[in-house]
Design a binder for this molecule. Structure first.
Ligand SMILES: Cc1cc2nc3c(=O)[nH]c(=O)nc-3n(C[C@H](O)[C@H](O)[C@H](O)COP(=O)(O)OP(=O)(O)OC[C@H]3O[C@@H](n4cnc5c(N)ncnc54)[C@H](O)[C@@H]3O)c2cc1C
Length: 505
């Protein structure tokens, strides 16, 4: 019996899944999004503690100035004018702090402004700073979709995929401090020495240098606006709907089975889950063992340990920039911390609240944490909708690490503790349980300059009606996951017309 109800089922309501659902429902397809969580959005989710809104995975956005790439996609989707955004400090959206150095090095918005500000700290290094900016722009220009260009040559980008970030940075300057500063906000792209291809930081930094924005009252507004659109186009979003199996019959996916045993049918399926999770759930020999092993063995990025501070009322001044800290002497191996010397890097974000532009109600501190550091609690599971205690030892661990992190941050932010009312902590286990990855990785599959095609995941699979989307395809971040959504739509529709529509919106 065929109980088909939808044209397309999308598994997961992260940014990539929602972009696909919005575009394809707009194109007339009957779409249904299945989300395992209570809240939609994946990393767009926010949570409220002590009446303060915290983001889980959107601290700032780039490319939202008029005519820039994310702006243009959001314009096409009709959400740009409804977003509550606040532009960050044009003369320094990111400030780099280095241990044993009192200076604050700035990343400014606008390329000429960026160069001018950087030259104040490195007056002898104009050639290197210009070479850095030129390379970012050159690399970005090779990615047609990033520039919303249809009909691009697939080979255009191959010339830049093999550039290693470290080798490139070391080739433009011998000044160790400038090298450190230029990759000072590398938590944005989890820099790995002799691995991270330069196109990853280039595409991310370009969007922030073009323009940097905070979502006022959190990034979940993006998901809410997209959900409103999808419903208006006749689509459905079902929450608390965890997909457990992707069922293949007669050479294609016929349905998915939910945790409660319900089967849902559609003509086509798009998975916003991690590709290795998707393959695990899909029992079929159409997908060869070699491909399964390749995907399973791809390395995921490191996870994050987050301390969300709630400030006492009207106590801590709001600043419209982020901070990134580097421990002296550590630039290229920031993930190789021990329990004692952790953190080797951290970032600090202030949420933009509609309550005040003068005072911050909170501060988020993010540091790296490997999954092995929380592995002893790996067999626990805890979300708001499915609450379980991970045990006393986990609480003790979280508090010890939070205190260690706050102590380190306080060295650069004197008196910080006196402003803190309380704090809340998330570990790689929190991200694993909310997002559904295996290991709480922040940004999914790690890219490798030495074998770039191995770490590119296609939106198509060997099963003709099963597609993939999300950060693991091309690039992470809200911009990256949005672009992945476009890649998936182009693969599904078999045409790039959608890119023209977006460019001309
Ligand atoms: C700590 C942190 C900070 C970040 N900061 C920024 C930032 O400042 N700016 C920025 O641009 N990006 C940031 N990012 C990255 C960005 O948030 C992500 O790259 C992006 O949101 C990922 O989108 P996605 O489409 O891959 O979906 P995901 O967000 O990974 O969502 C996947 C969805 O699928 C659902 N799902 C999984 N399994 C199932 C199942 N079996 N059944 C049903 N549903 C399922 C999940 O619940 C989830 O909703 C940050 C990420 C992290 C972790």
């Amino acid at each position: 019996m065929n109980e088909k109800k939808y044209d397309i089922i999308i598994i997961g309501s992260g940014m990539g899944g929602l972009v696909c659902a919005d575009i394809l429902s707009r194109e007339g397809y009957k779409v249904c999004v299945l989300e395992k969580n209570k809240q939609i959005g994946g990393c767009l989710q926010t949570y409220v503690r002590d009446r303060v809104i915290f983001d889980s995975g959107v601290h700032y956005l780039g490319g939202l100035g008029e005519g820039q790439n994310l702006y243009q996609v959001f314009k096409y989707l009709g959400i740009i004018n409804n977003l509550k955004l606040r532009k960050m400090d044009e003369d320094g959206f990111d400030k780099i702090l280095i241990e044993n150095d009192d200076k604050q090095y700035v990343f400014a918005q606008g390329y000429e402004n960026f160069i001018e500000r950087m030259l104040k700290d490195f007056p002898e290094e104009e050639k290197a700073i210009r070479a850095y900016c030129d390379k970012i722009k050159e690399v970005c220009s090779k990615f047609p979709l990033y520039n919303l260009r249809a009909g691009g040559d697939i080979n255009e980008k191959t010339s830049v995929l093999g550039i290693d970030t470290r080798t490139f940075i070391e080739s433009i300057t011998d000044d160790k401090k400038l090298q450190a500063v230029l990759v000072g906000n590398s938590m944005l792209y989890v820099l790995q020495s002799n691995k991270t291809p330069f196109y990853v930081p280039a595409m991310i930094l370009n969007s922030y240098i073009e323009s940097s924005w905070k979502c006022v009252d959190g990034g979940s507004q993006i998901g809410k606006l997209l959900v409103k659109n999808i419903r208006e186009h006749g689509g459905e979003i079902i929450r608390h709907a965890e997909v457990k199996k992707i069922i293949v019959e007669e050479g294609k996916v016929s349905s998915v089975e939910l945790a409660n045993g319900t089967r849902m049918y559609a003509d086509s399926f798009i998975s916003n889950m991690h590709p290795s999770r998707t393959l695990e759930m899909t029992e079929t020999d159409i997908i060869k063992q070699a491909y399964r092993s390749r995907i399973k063995n791809l390395e995921n990025s490191i996870g994050g340990f987050v301390v969300n501070l709630v400030f006492k009322e009207d106590s801590y001044k709001y600043v419209s920039n982020n901070y990134y800290y580097l421990k002296d002497g550590y630039v290229w191996n920031l993930m190789e911390h021990t329990d004692e010397n952790w953190p080797l890097t951290y970032s600090v974000f202030f949420s933009a609240s509609s309550k005040s532009t003068e005072y911050a109600d909170s501060m988020t501190i993010l540091a790296y944490m490997r999954f092995d550091e929380v592995k002893q609690w790996a067999d626990t599971f805890n979300t708001v909708a499915d609450e379980h205690d991970r045990g006393e030892s986990y609480e003790v661990f979280k508090q010890r690490k939070a205190e260690q992190l706050i102590d380190c941050v306080q060295e650069k932010f004197p008196g910080l503790r006196s402003h803190i009312k309380t704090y809340y902590v998330a570990t790689p286990l929190s991200y694993r349980d909310y997002i559904g990855s295996d290991d709480g990785s922040m940004y999914g599959i790690v890219k490798d300059y030495s074998n770039p095609l191995k770490t590119f995941i296609s939106a198509r699979t060997k099963i003709p009606n099963l597609y993939l989307t999300g950060q693991n395809l091309n690039l992470h971040g809200i911009l990256g996951a949005t672009m992945s959504g476009l890649v998936t739509c182009v693969a599904f529709l078999g045409s790039e017309d959608i890119i023209d529509k977006i460019r001309n919106a």
